[in-house]
Ligand binder design. Structure first.
Ligand code: E4P
Length: 218
């Protein structure tokens, strides 16, 4: 399973990339706004920090305007994945960009039928938003289960399921059990995955015992 980080904060991305466990980055207009920086600058910097796919979202809503913005975004670096919303114009844009060999992430997916449409449009990634479904009392992970069942029924569909709007490690665990290809995590959730109190406790005990030996290794 690939782990992307969902942020436009380049300090966070740099620190997490140093772990060697970061496979990509997703951004959206809200995250770019939060960064307070120009989209072209921040995406270029992220693409230098992480060699994997970096999603940069169009702000236009009509096909011609989306194509124009996509042309600018994909010029930033070869690892840009152009992010388009799951609308008729977004899917048309997805189809056209995919045919040109551009990576596309179809975002704001809230149903399995929408995911199927994104796959038929040739999306590299489709992003179902689990947390936002949970927020309105629907089971976000049930959507991932439905999409995985459908995609597994049609092995010709090459679109990767990118679990988005992740709120906590249980979302990650369930997504992995379901075989989702990617999860994009807020930095805090990604950091949570590393930790377990018994790891901390065990390490403290080992170090205390080691100190008693008076030995050094290097
Ligand atoms: C995914 O690409 C989106 O940027 C993101 O996961 C949305 O998450 P949110 O619902 O926490 O805003």
């Amino acid at each position: 399973m690939k782990f992307f980080v969902d942020t436009a904060d380049t300090a966070e991305i740099g620190a997490l990339a140093a772990s060697g466990l970061l496979d990509g980055v997703t951004t959206n207009p809200s995250l770019i706004a939060k960064s307070g920086r120009r989209i072209l600058d921040v995406i270029a910097e992220i693409c230098r920090l992480v060699p994997g796919p970096v999603s940069a979202e169009v702000a236009a809503t009509e096909f011609d305007a989306m194509m124009k913005e996509a042309a600018v975004l994909r010029e930033i670096a070869p690892n840009v994945a152009v992010k388009v919303p799951l609308t008729p114009d977004g899917l048309r844009t997805c189809k056209a960009l995919s045919a040109q060999g551009t990576m596309v992430n179809v975002t704001l997916c809230f149903s399995a039928n929408q995911a199927l449409l994104a796959a038929k449009a040739g999306a590299t990634f489709v992003s179902p938003f689990v947390g936002r479904l949970d927020d309105i009392g629907q089971d976000g992970m049930e959507l991932i289960a439905d999409i995985m069942t459908i995609f597994n029924n049609y092995p010709d569909l090459k679109t990767e399921v990118l679990v988005a709007s992740v709120r906590h490690p249980i979302h990650v665990l369930t997504a992995a059990k379901l075989g989702a290809h990617v999860a994009t995590l807020p930095p805090a959730v990604l950091r949570q995955l590393f930790h377990h109190p018994l790891t901390d406790k065990g390490l403290a005990a080992f170090l205390a015992d080691w100190a008693k030996t008076g030995q050094t290794i290097a």
